[in-house]
Design a protein around this ligand. Structure first.
Ligand SMILES: Cc1cc2nc3c(=O)[nH]c(=O)nc-3n(C[C@H](O)[C@H](O)[C@H](O)COP(=O)(O)OP(=O)(O)OC[C@H]3O[C@@H](n4cnc5c(N)ncnc54)[C@H](O)[C@@H]3O)c2cc1C
Length: 496
């Protein structure tokens, strides 16, 4: 930085200083879920005891399962739906995430690579449409989820970061959609929030921020109002195929014509899905309330921000004037190593240092926030598909369906996915049943015991590579080579 004014010189001093943060221990539950349950614990949903029957049984009370139940009741009023959830609704990634209810324009190149250009653009448009759809849903159900539909800045926080998806932008231009993902220069980027690191980026209006656990709990409320029977503390232990199929839980069984399996990262513990995805663990932290400091950095709107480093950072404001930030690295665990509340069951395998990585990176992005207090840290599990694309699969029996592989950006895909899974369960031959994501997993991941160490090593190399680059040091030959090999591996199309 040139350092011409006292403010510039002060910022320059902060940029050069070592970032020092104190982060609370990684909590058992996400801060979002704690807050949501405190504000409104909702009607009790005791565990299933005894046997019952239903038209559809859904296993998993995250967004995928909840939206599926919602769509079923929307399209087939009077349908008898049972939803069983191992912990409480929102206990998994759905209650722990960044709350960036995002389109996929920034990964359009990847979608088109796997699906072809027409289908890739169509699917990205479907996801973008979910953001408007959420506005309407919130208004219709008077849902209190702290929704702000104001878009997101994908910020290039230094020349060492790649500019936003050039391939995707060329595709958007060909389809007359350039305004959905428009390039901004440094000055424009800094108008959203004044980070001296920003050298440019891209803005899309197709993103809303939400309080994710409140969204999960409000969905639960609406479903209960519609007569869906929700049993919390009720894990699926076994699934016996047949017509009807039988879902076995610790103290009862559900006989259902159709079963929808949406247990997220936990599915990796099931032999059928053990090659479908890796289990990643992302970490988040939230600051103290700081309305004055937000004004100081000029972050006065609810535009979300992502920093385009290899291990993406994502940050957003909360309604009580905090910043929540996550990413910058990713932990990895074996399928069975997450407990009922979504935490890494074996503490020795946790990557809790990643909460500090997110916190340090907040102060790195905004040196003006030096000394800020962090009030909470948490982690959540993710079903990480190699291409980052979910899949919706129906078993040959025709009455068992799964929606998995939402990776680190499942908020809009689970909403669209609820429509797809509802179509599959209702045997509807509509547009939702024919999206390009319907079918077996697009890619496979290596088996254990190779997978976890591989994912862990790559993540660690990319995380430290980003850190070296932000310190002005070379990433190093090993990291550059690992990145090239990994990117090429992720782009392989086994189904092509
Ligand atoms: C820290 C973090 C930040 C993220 N940030 C974002 C973001 O900003 N934007 C975005 O789009 N995505 C984000 N994601 C990803 C997003 O949260 C997920 O893709 C999405 O929530 C997946 O929803 P799901 O319903 O498939 O899974 P989950 O929410 O994990 O739900 C699965 C549910 O199944 C339950 N379950 C497990 N086993 C059983 C069983 N045997 N029987 C019954 N129930 C069972 C679990 O308790 C859980 O409630 C983030 C994820 C994490 C962890």
């Amino acid at each position: 930085m040139a350092g011409t004014t006292p403010y510039d010189r002060w910022i320059k001093g902060r940029l050069d200083a070592r970032v020092d943060v104190v982060v609370p221990p990684v909590g058992h539950r996400s801060w979002w879920l704690e807050q949501a349950l405190l504000a409104d614990p909702g009607e009790p949903c005791p565990a299933l005891v005894g046997d019952t029957a239903a038209d559809v049984c859904i296993a998993g009370g995250g967004f995928a399962g909840l939206w599926t139940a919602y769509e079923l009741t929307e399209r087939a009023p009077g349908i008898d739906v049972v939803l069983i959830e191992a912990g409480v609704c929102g206990a998994g990634g759905s209650g722990a995430n960044g709350g960036l209810f995002s389109c996929s324009w920034h990964v359009l190149g990847t979608l088109c690579h796997f699906f072809g250009e027409e289908a890739g653009v169509h699917y990205a448009q479907v996801l973008a449409d979910q953001v408007d759809d959420l506005d309407a849903w919130v208004a219709r159900h008077e849902a209190r989820i702290d929704l702000h539909h104001e878009g997101i800045l994908y910020a290039q926080a230094g020349e060492w970061q790649d500019p936003p998806d050039a391939e995707g932008r060329a595709i958007l231009a060909r389809h007359g959609l350039s305004e959905r993902f428009s390039v901004v220069d440094a000055a424009e980027a800094r108008r959203f929030a004044d980070s001296p690191r920003f050298v440019g980026g891209a803005f899309t209006p197709d993103l809303a921020t939400v309080q994710p656990a409140k969204l999960a709990r409000e969905l639960r409320r609406v479903l209960l109002e519609r007569g869906v029977r929700i049993y919390e503390g009720t894990p699926l232990l076994d699934l016996l195929p047949g017509r009807p199929a039988t879902v076995v839980t610790p103290a009862g069984r559900v006989r259902a014509d159709q079963v929808v399996y949406t247990v997220g990262a936990w599915a990796a513990g099931h032999p059928h899905w053990r090659r479908a995805f890796a289990v990643g663990v992302d970490y988040m932290v939230v600051t103290e309330p700081m309305p004055g400091r937000l004004r100081e950095i000029g972050w006065t709107t609810h535009v979300g921000i992502a920093d385009l480093r290899y291990m993406l950072l994502y940050l957003r404001r909360t309604d009580d004037d905090r910043i929540a930030i996550g990413g910058g690295g990713m932990g990895a665990v074996r399928g069975g190593d997450i407990d009922g509340e979504g935490r890494v069951a074996c503490r020795a395998r946790a990557s809790d240092h990643l909460a500090a990585v997110a916190a340090e990176n907040l102060v790195w992005l905004f040196p003006q926030l030096e000394g800020v207090r962090f009030d909470a840290a948490w982690s959540g599990p993710m079903d990480v598909d190699r291409a980052g694309i979910p899949f919706f699969f129906t078993a040959p029996s025709g009455n068992l369906h799964a929606g998995l592989g939402f990776s680190g950006h499942g908020l809009t895909p689970t909403k669209a996915g609820g429509k797809t899974l509802a179509s599959l369960a209702l045997c509807a031959d509509d547009e939702w049943a024919h999206l390009p994501v319907v079918g077996p997993p697009l890619t496979l991941v290596p088996p254990e015991p190779l997978r976890r160490p591989m994912v862990q090593t790559i993540s660690r190399l990319m995380e430290t590579g980003d850190r070296r680059a932000q310190q002005g040091r070379p990433r190093g030959v090993v990291r550059d080579t690992a990145q090239r090999v990994f990117d090429a591996y992720c782009a392989v199309r086994p189904r092509a």
